[in-house]
Design a protein around this ligand. Sequence first.
Ligand code: GDP
Ligand code: MG
Length: 163
Amino acid sequence: MIPVIALVGRPNVGKSTLFNRLTQSRDALVANYAGLTRDRKYGEGQAEGRRFMVIDTGGISGEEEGIDSAMAGQSLQAIQEADIVLFILDARAGLTAADEMIARHLRVQNKKTYLVANKIDGVDPDLALAPFYELGLGEIFPITATHGRGVKSMMSDVVAELP
Ligand code: GDP
Ligand code: MG
């Protein structure tokens, strides 16, 4: 079985941009506004000679009715299907209530999770990353999905953990 990596996070953090970079495709809809990509989307990627599936998700806004229904949708299915979850955060926006809700859910999942601080371009990394450490989910990878900065280095750590 090919290992599966799920991209999870609230809308507009850059999940589809990262998906396109990892799968070298332009098929996922990259929105200038939140929530355009509504369905799960699968693509195949490769890093360090390892092949993997990537799942793009429409995002969890935190405005759904409670954590159960929020997580009952396609993002939860993606988490369940995945061997590794990349939890994408927006370094420009900082930590939001929706991020904290997603983090609470991921903490109780028995799933290898990495924090990805996207949109690190033009921000002070030390200042931008500090609030994300409070989530207590471990290592944080700062990246710029639009230009690829940090992605190769992140993926070399991620594929090393793939089954
Ligand atoms: P999604 O809703 O999480 O799938 O987010 P998208 O991939 O659709 O991206 C939302 C917006 O953020 C788009 O306008 C992207 O161009 C922009 N974006 C994505 N990654 C970056 C990044 O690394 N830096 C900056 N500045 N903008 C980004
Ligand atoms: Mg998207």
